[in-house]
Design a protein around this ligand. Structure first.
Ligand code: GRF
Length: 218
């Protein structure tokens, strides 16, 4: 089996990155985490990656001023040098330009803490509570130029429970993210995900697609 070479882009804590590194440690996992790139030297995830002997790189966006593309060209050059085939965004807090997104189209995925298309953007847990959502969760999706809008590969559902605060809900969603992201990357790395008419079709998953989470209440 040839394992896909994957880069993970982070800005902070890196717990999803850590989950991907851990999953990829299994010899039968179809991807290897070959590179972690952070846009901040103080991103805590860098230390986790180093401890796991994964190559790391800091591309500090502040050095490029307003020139987003120059920042992204530096990242792109590192991805090329590392012979990277797939890119995972994991808490990467920079908006990407259409130039970069188009360049990596179909090979660039992101994890977002909501059941997209609900609650795009920030503060998803507080907004889900405010809206009275009974079920919340996380999505892994292909990245398109419009933020949090690309075809969804896989989702994890997390029930909202009585007394939930944004923090308690965030904790349970994050635990689900750590299971979801490795599963979604596995599907992509195996070449089992096709985009047809803006939606993901998963080979072998049937018409219901792939969903993770507790069964629906009957
Ligand atoms: C996660 O909730 C992810 O869904 C969102 O940013 C957070 C990153 O957390 N995009 P971590 O850095 O992976 O711990």
């Amino acid at each position: 089996m040839s394992r896909k070479r994957v880069a993970v882009l982070i800005s902070g804590r890196g717990s999803n990155m850590a989950a991907l590194i851990e999953a990829a440690a299994a010899p039968d996992y179809p991807a290897e985490i070959a590179l972690v790139v952070a846009n901040r030297a103080d991103a805590a995830g860098l230390k986790i990656a180093e401890t796991a002997s994964v190559a790391t790189l800091v591309v500090d966006h502040t050095r490029y001023g307003k020139d987003r593309e120059a920042f992204e060209r530096a990242i792109d050059a590192a991805l090329a040098a590392g012979r990277i085939e797939l890119v995972c965004l994991a808490g990467f807090m920079r908006l990407l330009t259409p130039w970069f997104v188009r360049r990596w189209e179909g090979r660039l995925i992101n994890i977002h803490p909501s059941l997209l298309p609900a609650f795009k953007g920030l503060d998803t847990h507080a907004r889900a509570l405010e809206a009275g959502a009974a079920v919340h969760g996380a999505s892994v999706h292909f990245v398109v130029p419009e933020v949090d809008s690309g075809p969804v590969i896989m989702q994890a559902r997390v029930p909202v429970v009585a007394g939930d605060t944004p923090d308690t809900l965030a904790q349970r969603v994050l635990a689900a993210e750590h299971r979801l992201y490795p599963l979604a990357l596995k599907l992509v790395a195996e070449g089992r995900v096709r985009i047809v008419d803006g939606r993901c079709l998963i080979d072998g998953a049937g018409a219901e697609g792939v969903r993770m989470g507790p069964p629906s209440p009957t």
